[in-house]
Each structure stands twice: as C-alpha cells, then as structure tokens.
Design a protein around this ligand. Structure first.
Ligand code: PLP
Length: 404
C-alpha cells in the first residue's frame, strides 16, 4: 500500500492500526465499504432535520417495493431487527405489554426454532423477552441419513404459548422455509427469518417474503454496503407497525401524537406507547438515509459486473501467491453473499496457518485474512473488501511472512 493511503488514514491519525481487509465483510473489522453515493447522502442528511417517523414511513415504502413485503423498517442492524421482530410478535399493538417488555410473565413469549438454527444472534430474540423452544436434533451431522428436524416436530412444538417460529436462512438450513411457513401459518403464528447475510444475490431481497416469511431481517452493512449500524426488516404491516411503535422515540404527549400514516395507525393503539424496548437501538437520520441510498444502488447495480470484478481480483491474487511458491486453489461462490476466494494451503511451507494469521494481524496496518480453515492448515483471501492496491499489498505481506 502506498504511503499516501497510509497517511490519509483517520485510524492512523488516531494512533489505531488500520486494517487491510482480505477476510470479507466481517463486523469486527468494520463490515463493508459504504457506497460513495450513500456516504454523500449521509453527509447531506446530517445538515438538516426531519421527523424520524416520516423518514421511516418513506423507507418502509421503498423497502416494500424492493422486497415485495407489505412494509419495512430500518433498524440498527439485523440483530436489532431480530429483537424488534420478537418484540412485535410478543406485544402486537398492546401498549401496556410493550411497556413491560422484556418482562413477559404470564403472557405467551415462546419462539419455536429448529435446534440447528440456533446461533449466538438468537440472544437478540431473548433480549426482547422471548423464550426459545428448540426442536429436533443434530442427527444429520452423524451421517446416518437421519434429518435434524422433521416438519411434524415443529408443528408439535407450537402451543398457545407460542408467538412465532424462528428461522435462520442459510444454504444448508432445513426444512425449507416454505414448509416451515406453512406450518406456522396453519397454527396462526408468524415466521421470523434471519437472512442477515443472504444478499447478494439481489433476488433474495424478495425470495424469503415469497416463501412465506412474515418478517425477514437483512444486514445493511454486509452485501448491501450501507452503514454498518443498519439493518432492514421487511414483512407484514401489523408487525412493522408494532416495531415502529417500540422503536421510534416516543417522548410525546398523547394530544400531539401524530404518527406517520402508512406506518402507524393511531386507531390501533389505546394510548401513546412509552419509550419502547427498541429505543436503545436508535437509528439516526444519517444512517437511515445512507441505508436507503445504498439499498437503491444495490438494487440497480450490475451484479454480474461485481461478480466479474471479484473473479478477476481473486484470480490475480491466486496467480501472484502461486508465483511466490504457494499452493493455491480458488473457490466458486456457493450460496448467497459470497465471493470466490483464494484458499492457500500451507502444508508445503514451514509457517503454520495459525502463526501466519497471527503474524499478519500483528502488522501495521493489520492484515486480516480468512481464518476459518486454520485447523486444516489453510488461510483464505477474500476479494470483496480489497482494492487492487490493497490486494497486492496483502499478497506481498503473505509472501513475506511465509519467507521469514
Ligand atoms: C451478520 C449476521 C447477523 C447480525 O447482523 P448485524 O447487521 O451485524 O446486526 C445476524 N445473523 C446472521 C446469520 C448474520 O450473519
């Protein structure tokens, strides 16, 4: 990387080592690069005032257009979207219950989830007051031909204490969303889908709504390349209304409460909700505008051109690493939101994958490569968050580290 780039770094200026990101869109190292047009719109948003409810109402229309859902909402991330979705499933438009959350004593609060869909992110559901009831097993991983969970097990777990079915969308998750949604709907409960990292492809913005999701969450700071602290919830109007009521700033007297039509119907509420469980997950006008702008660009973008750019970059990275004597294969993207990657096997060199990953992270700038395969002696170079210049820099540092 040129000295000029280093000198421009605001992190350098603060005395914090900047990161060259060869690991992909990882939250811990800053997610993705915000689209420049979104950044410019954020700058413009920062200089004016707006009623946040009005802005969310407009965002709702735009999210509805691109997802095919009835309505949408901008949250401070996909995880916040999960929390708000659970809060909506529990409280609906019951103002007193909204006020009590996360205390759910005496009211239905169970979210049924296949056990293999449990992740650290389901803490968000529990933070709203939900109790997760997981069903099924891990039997598929035993390789005996058995499944992890059968549809009837999900159906049997739904009782009058159930408020929703939780579902994490990944290429490997079973049963299919459409099957789970049908069971949920037959039993009058909504399905909340975590699809945080499932875009691109852009088609997935609508795919899960089509498959029956009542609420689906996406990260705004991953493939969409909006601000890191944004996410989208898309779904049924009644739940989005509840989310808005539990998230928007509610310091308002009943006489002057005039929520935006289209997002909140005043007649659905007995009174003005207090500051809700979502209030600590505030979304600023700048982030909101940035997300809407990035979403618009994402939908318009030539996806093939982006994929081609990643392919060319990853091939170039692989060639240079091979020229340096390393054993490199490239992967084809499988499933959603993934780029082709260069997988470097360290079996033929002295340096272990673990030591290489650690050494690269210790440099200034820190160089982050994908480390999921270190136990197998592999590191991964992901092209998504690298400029060409940074890619060359990452390659040179990898080669220098293995030569040491
Ligand atoms: C990234 C991710 C999240 C969290 O998304 P944020 O936008 O960072 O809150 C939740 N669930 C899954 C499966 C994810 O990959």
């Amino acid at each position: 990387m040129s000295e000029r780039t280093r000198e421009d770094s605001v992190y350098e200026e603060l005395g914090v080592p900047p990161v060259v990101n060869a690991a992909g869109t990882k939250t811990r190292i800053g997610g993705s690069r915000i689209r420049s047009e979104a950044l410019e719109d954020m700058r413009r948003a920062a200089g004016e005032f707006v009623e946040l409810g009005d802005l969310q109402a407009r965002a709702s229309e735009l999210i509805a257009e691109v997802t095919g859902a009835e309505a949408g909402y901008v949250t401070s991330g996909a995880a916040a979207g999960l929390l708000l979705s659970a809060a909506a499933a529990i409280a609906g438009t019951d103002v007193a219950l909204m006020d009590r959350l996360p205390d759910t004593g005496g009211v239905p609060d169970e979210i049924v989830m296949p056990r293999t869909h449990r992740t650290g992110y389901d803490h968000a559901l529990r933070a709203a007051g939900a109790t997760i009831v997981d069903v099924g097993t891990n039997d598929h991983h035993l390789g005996t031909g058995a499944t992890n969970v059968e549809p009837w097990e999900i159906e049997r777990a739904i009782t009058d204490r159930t408020v929703a079915v939780g579902y994490v969308q990944k290429s490997y998750t079973q049963p299919d969303l459409s099957v789970v949604a049908e069971i949920a709907h037959e039993n009058d409960v909504p399905v909340i889908v975590d699809a945080a990292a499932e875009v691109p492809p852009v088609e997935n913005l609508s795919a899960f709504v089509e498959a029956g999701a009542d609420l689906v969450v996406f990260s705004g700071g991953k493939g969409i390349r909006g601000p890191q602290t944004t996410g989208i919830v898309a779904g049924k109007r009644e739940y989005i209304e509840s989310i808005a009521a539990q998230h928007l700033d509610m310091h308002v007297a009943a006489d002057v409460w005039n929520p935006p039509e289209g997002l909140i119907d005043r007649a659905d509420f007995d009174g003005v909700p207090r500051q809700g469980i979502g209030r600590p997950m505030k979304v600023g006008k700048e982030e909101l505008v940035g997300l809407v702008s990035a979403l618009d660009s994402f939908v318009e973008e030539d996806q093939q051109a982006v994929r081609d750019e990643w392919s060319v970059r990853v091939d170039r990275i692989a060639d240079r690493l091979r020229e340096g004597g390393l054993d490199v294969t490239t992967t084809e993207p499988e499933g959603a939101s993934v780029a082709p990657e260069a997988v470097v096997s360290l079996s033929g060199v002295e340096t272990s994958a673990r030591d290489l990953v650690a050494a690269l992270r210790d440099e200034n700038p820190r160089v982050y490569v994908g480390a999921d395969g270190i136990d197998a002696g592999e590191i991964v170079v992901n092209p998504m968050c690298l400029t060409d210049e940074e890619a060359d820099y990452a390659v040179s540092r990898i080669l220098a580290a293995v030569a040491d």
